[in-house]
Ligand binder design. Structure first.
Ligand SMILES: [Zn+2]
Ligand SMILES: [Zn+2]
Length: 113
């Protein structure tokens, strides 16, 4: 009888890419999304966005269009554009500032460093 040398190096090399991707692609919760204020572009003086076009689709804001303004950085985007983005991201597409509440939420101003 032939001797079968059993090499027990049968590692199941399962990369956990999927799991990693799931963690990385963390979108905002709907409840958080809903708290981001929406302004109507072009409405008398209330547009303090500082931009005339949406950085996501590069389309110009049209008067009367709903624009979502991120509270932390004041960047504005079409509601449909930023909502889609925030389904899989939790940061501003322009400045990458996280929209999630962090423990040290005192990012405003020059305090003691
Ligand atoms: Zn857009
Ligand atoms: Zn921003």
């Amino acid at each position: 009888m032939p001797i079968l040398t059993q090499t027990c190096s049968r590692f199941a090399f399962e990369t956990s890419d999927e799991a990693a991707a799931r963690v990385a692609a963390k979108g905002l919760k709907k409840s958080v999304l809903r708290q981001i204020p929406i302004v109507v572009y072009g409405s008398s003086g209330s547009t303090d966005i500082g931009a005339t076009e949406c950085p996501i689709c590069l389309g110009e804001f049209v008067d009367g269009e709903k624009v979502r303004v991120l509270p932390k950085c004041n960047h504005g985007f079409h509601v449909r554009c930023i909502d889609t983005w925030l389904l899989s991201h939790s940061s501003c597409p322009t400045c990458r500032q996280s929209l999630l509440d962090q423990h040290n939420a005192s990012t405003s101003g020059s305090g003691n460093v």
